[in-house]
Design a protein around this ligand. Sequence first.
Ligand SMILES: Cc1cc2nc3c(=O)[nH]c(=O)nc-3n(C[C@H](O)[C@H](O)[C@H](O)COP(=O)(O)OP(=O)(O)OC[C@H]3O[C@@H](n4cnc5c(N)ncnc54)[C@H](O)[C@@H]3O)c2cc1C
Length: 523
Amino acid sequence: MVLTPYPDPQVRAVVDAADLTRITPPDLYGIDCLGLADFGDGAEWLALLAAPPSRRLIVVSRSDHCPTRQALQAAYPALAHLLSDFPYPSPGHHRIIIGVVELHLIIQQPWHSFDGYVDGWWGPQPEVIQPLRHFTRPLAHGAQRVAVIGAGLSGTQTADALRRRGAQVVLMDPAPASGASGNAQGMLYIAPQREPTPASLFWLQAFEHALRSYRECPHFHPSGLFCMAEHADQIPKLQTLMAAIKRPPEQVRFMDADQASVQLGQRARLGGLFWPQSGWMEVAERVKSEAARLDCQALTALDIREHDDGIVITTDGGDYSVDAVVLANATAVRQFAPDWLRVQAVRGQISRRRADQAVTSAVCGEGYLTPAAADGYMSFGASFNPKDDGTDLRAEDDADNDRRVRELVELGDPGKPGASRASVRCASPDYLPIVGRLPDDDWIQGLAKLRTDAKWRPPHPMQGWRRIAVNVGHGSRGLTSTPLCADLVAADLTGEPLPIAKGLFEHLTPARFLIRALKRNQL
Ligand SMILES: Cc1cc2nc3c(=O)[nH]c(=O)nc-3n(C[C@H](O)[C@H](O)[C@H](O)COP(=O)(O)OP(=O)(O)OC[C@H]3O[C@@H](n4cnc5c(N)ncnc54)[C@H](O)[C@@H]3O)c2cc1C
């Protein structure tokens, strides 16, 4: 099969649709990324599942009206078991992996929201995939040897995502799960907004991605999560929100206080939204077992030097030469990142009590409360102290956490206190994670005009990226954000299509802070 060169740098080649009907599967499977012009009734994609290729194949398709999982399963009963992961077809960019076939499904968004490299098209090719306003993302270095610094939720999942893509990974941390990811229990949190802002699109997509990625995790407990209204006035807004986000009842439903009390096994103060598939995780256990599985080295990274052909990392146990590095070391990223990349420490203390009276689903509002863990204790909290990186235990924080729980549910016997734990969240200035390669030094010169004209657009989008990537800024919701961000940074480093829409990447890339700093004339 001949791939026709295509002038747009984002598209490697175009296959004539007629060729595709003639080619035999082995030819087709020489392609890494195949575009389906329209998802239609899903027949072509399902044909790939019925006769799967021998190696990984990425399929990307767009659709305005996509069938639901139930409709696909009814139409193709023989493939029903493979389709159990098919997402609810809400507008946005969905990524589904079934065996070696990975489907990127872009629903009710233009083709140019896709950021990736398509080897061949099945059906007529779509309109040209456009670059972002200030920059484009040319093919990455195709990193093979990658160091990941930090083994919390972010680093362990990044190392795993890179390994799944065939990279050789060295994960390093002197004490895995010693930072924010060292809490005994954490909730898989979701709070959608009515308007489809970049942030709300990101969190919904991250939540769905996290649900799929934790399905096999023995430390995740899908007890359901009840997000309670913070005050009675909020209830009508939650009901409007339910209508706006268009999710099926198996994903989310409204419960009044009585229904919630039955669900929780304790008296709930108010109604709210119940997410039956969500739940809580034994975070520290999960991170420690992942760090061990990924052969985490007990090393502290001390220095990073970039050369033309790679990177040398100096650690307290010697030097490591790699193609690329991912900084997943939360607020300690400041040691290696440029000054314009700002993160903030937000101290938090979590309290524990014996769960003599416990909830059966996780519950959150201003604070949160988990069901009992295997040790018989439940966790609740958490205090939130911006610009504070103290990890000392404070009695006033425990008292505040007690108050937060009482605002959620009525617990007759609060239970004997257990050991509290304080640690530091790493928050970004806009409360979205910071994910992807760092822009190179040419950007400051190339975008200098932004200092005097914030609306200026460069004639040629910037495209120089360093071999240093970051995956930090997960704030209070790392359980939700880290699985998607791990896949995002791994895709960025290995030159794969991104698992999110291009427009969303603009809101997550570290480059956004460089552009903002220039616009504010701070650089
Ligand atoms: C009190 C509290 C309660 C929370 N509750 C929830 C919750 O219920 N649900 C939720 O989703 N999120 C919750 N969070 C947030 C969540 O814990 C974080 O978002 C998440 O753990 C961040 O993971 P991380 O890997 O980015 O950072 P961390 O877990 O802090 O990991 C960073 C790692 O980098 C290592 N490191 C640093 N410097 C170096 C170096 N030079 N070399 C090698 N390694 C280095 C550190 O040792 C550390 O292990 C909570 C946070 C707090 C503080």
